[in-house]
Write a protein that binds this ligand. Structure first.
Ligand code: C6P
Length: 408
């Protein structure tokens, strides 16, 4: 394998020092954290923690400055056009729910159509199902073809005068497929410029550079905990003109300008969408994660994962009885490799791998409709991040062979 990041990178992550035998192959669920992120959170609590946007004292000013500084970093990281377009949420799930409630309830009416894809995570299905039920709207799905890619030509067949929204994942958390979201957005907007597109970036932003303006996405959601940052923080990017027209999602403190006993007026963007005390230290941790990813270089992260995926696809698919669910080539594919082992339940596979120190996920990975399409309940999934090394894949292969031995 081309040595793009090198083994040294593992040293940035204390979890591996504290668990020297750990082979961590579940980063699509949540990634490990580098020391710099842990230190940034600790530093905040030890040196300058106070609530933000409220206190007139110096400590609160310092804390607010650090918190808002991260918003600037996020603007640059995904190339938004201003801080007004960056809303801190709890995670991708909350970001998508925000759009479904605030934009969806204002813009979706009876008979309107929402186009999703068959490979969406539940977080990008259930909020739209709820909205569709409430509004008597219709959900349609772009199918997944035999190569585990979206049948983009199908999109043209699904678009109608009633289409209001397209919701698509940038990268599948199961198949690893990277979807051509720029083309999808272009196609939808060429059909009707008023169609809005929301992109679920939970599995893309951590692994490769994303430019929301270049994509022309209306909404884009992601989670800090999947990109070396802490849990409890997510981001919703949305075009300013849309946010300005949308009503608030959650209401209460900080998101208002004036409150009387009868009514309230809303704060300016982005604060209109950030009710209550936010996850201050965690947002600051996200800032440290962004700095860290810049330092390593997202292009290198992607190339490194591409090399790992190439090896995994070759070695894992060569094991008799193993079936991989996802594109067999690395082109337009990320580092999530889902598979089954013939005649062995995925939970048994994961548990035997765990006994050998290999942490993988087994289940439907919150994509039950996708698994239903394959006629199976669950798969095993190995997923990679910048700290994984080719030896980790060797351990996985050894582990799968052990599984086969046990179930012979
Ligand atoms: N997928 C996985 O193991 P949250 O939980 O809100 O941070 O992210 C939700 C989510 C949304 N979209 C995609 C494509 C995702 O992969 C996830 C989270 C994890 O695959 C946990 S189920």
């Amino acid at each position: 394998m081309k040595d793009i990041l090198g083994k040294q990178i593992k040293k940035d992550f204390p979890i591996f020092k504290n668990n020297p035998d750990l082979i961590f192959l579940d980063s699509a669920a949540s990634t490990q954290k580098p020391q710099v992120v842990i230190d940034a959170i600790k530093d905040c609590y030890e040196k300058y923690y106070a609530n933000v946007h409220r206190g007139l004292y110096q400590l609160s000013a310092k804390s607010s400055e650090a918190y808002e500084g991260v918003r600037d970093k996020v603007v640059k990281f995904i190339n938004a056009s201003s801080i007004s377009e960056i809303i801190f949420t709890k995670n991708t799930t909350e970001s998508i729910n925000l759009v479904a409630y605030a934009w969806g309830r204002q813009n979706i009416d009876k008979g309107d159509e929402i186009i999703l894809t068959a490979m969406e995570h539940h977080a990008n299905i259930v909020p739209w199902q709820q909205l569709a039920k409430e509004k008597s709207a219709v959900l349609k799905f772009i199918p997944v073809d035999k190569d585990y890619r979206l049948g983009i030509s199908e999109l043209s067949k699904l678009l109608t005068k009633k289409t209001k929204l397209v919701a698509v994942t940038h990268m599948s958390n199961v198949l690893g497929t990277i979807n051509p979201v720029k083309d999808i957005i272009n196609k939808a907007k060429s059909f009707n410029k008023d169609i809005k597109v929301i992109v679920d970036g939970a599995q893309s932003v951590p692994h490769f550079a994303v430019d929301v303006q270049d994509l022309n996405a209306d909404f884009f959601a992601f989670s800090s905990h999947k990109m070396a940052g802490p849990g409890g923080v997510g981001v919703l990017y949305a075009k300013q003109e849309l946010l300005e027209k949308m009503p608030p999602f959650l209401t209460g403190g900080d998101m208002i300008t004036e409150v009387t006993l009868k009514q309230a007026t809303w704060n300016e963007l982005p604060y209109k969408f950030e009710a209550g005390t936010p996850a201050i230290a965690e947002v600051i941790g996200l800032g440290a994660a962004i700095d860290y990813l810049y330092k390593v270089g997202l292009d290198k992260v992607f190339q490194h994962e591409e090399e790992l995926t190439k090896i995994a696809l070759k070695k894992v698919s060569a094991i008799p009885g193993v079936e991989i669910f996802g594109p067999k080539q690395v082109k337009d594919r990320g580092g999530a490799v889902a598979f089954t082992v013939k005649d062995v339940h995925p939970h048994d596979v994961a548990s035997i791998l765990d006994n050998q120190g290999v942490a993988v996920r087994a289940g439907n990975h919150c994509t039950q409709p996708l698994h239903d399409k394959f006629g199976i309940q669950s798969t095993v999934r190995a997923s990679f991040y910048l700290y994984n090394q080719p030896e980790d894949i060797d351990a996985l292969v050894k582990g799968i062979n052990k599984v086969k031995e046990v179930f012979k």
